[in-house]
Design a protein around this ligand. Structure first.
Ligand code: PRP
Ligand code: URA
Length: 208
């Protein structure tokens, strides 16, 4: 089952256009990534469960609502780092995990070089992020890693997805809800998304 939600709020689509534009430099790219991620998370959490607590206002006790469960944000390095500030702006109390993966240039399969996750991840809801879902290898591996650590409720948030990556992630993890700002046309022979936005890590960090 393909569990994809395209978040097509006008502000998200507007910012995505400038993110794609090759004239956007790394400083603007970082800012746009942060803003876009915040807007996306706002939409992703629209149906998040709440629980009731009792607080004291300056006038009287009152029943009030807070998020029902703790959240772990898990970033796929390196490009997922660019999404952290935008996420923390909305959920500053979240715990943060990191999974280091890079794509082997020949096979396009992910190679893991790092993982550090919150020790209580099994009791939290996981929001796994990477700007790009291309072949889907990185997202599928990262979902396997967080599941091995005990996570059960996982949402994957990316900015641009390719149909190939959507198919792979949905097939390997049908329980993971996938959110993207756009579903693009296809991958090229080097595994880049078309039309895409190029290499998200390089554009974020100015490394090329
Ligand atoms: C990019 C991107 C994703 C991955 C997506 O990372 O940030 O992690 O490729 O491709 P996939 O869906 O085919 O796995 P990259 O391997 O370039 O590493 P980097 O973020 O360190 O630059
Ligand atoms: N990784 C990227 O950063 N961009 C793509 O188009 C594919 C993988």
């Amino acid at each position: 089952m393909k569990n994809l939600t395209i978040i097509d709020h006008p502000l998200i689509q507007h910012k995505l256009t400038y993110l794609r534009d090759k004239r956007t430099d790394h400083m603007q790219f970082r800012l746009l990534t942060k803003e876009l991620t915040s807007f996306m998370l706002y939409e992703v959490m629209a149906d998040y469960p709440l629980k009731e607590i009792v607080i004291e206002t300056p006038l009287m006790p009152a029943k009030a609502k807070v998020l029902a469960r703790e959240i772990s944000l898990v970033l796929i390095l390196r490009a997922g780092l660019g999404m952290l500030d935008g996420l923390l702006q909305l959920v500053p109390e979240a715990r943060v995990g990191h999974i280091g993966l890079y794509r082997n240039e020949n096979t396009l399969e992910p190679v893991q070089y790092y993982a550090k996750l919150p020790t209580n991840i099994a009791e939290t809801d996981v929001i796994l992020v990477d700007p790009m879902l291309a072949t889907g290898g990185s997202a599928a591996s990262a979902a396997t890693i967080v599941k091995k650590a005990g996570a059960q409720n996982i949402k994957f948030v990316c900015m641009v997805a390719a149909p190939e990556g959507l198919d792979r992630l949905s097939a390997s993890h049908p329980d993971v809800a996938i959110y993207a700002a756009a579903l693009d046309e296809r991958l090229n022979e080097h595994g880049y998304i078309l039309p895409g936005l190029g290499d998200a890590g390089d554009r974020l960090f100015g490394t090329k």
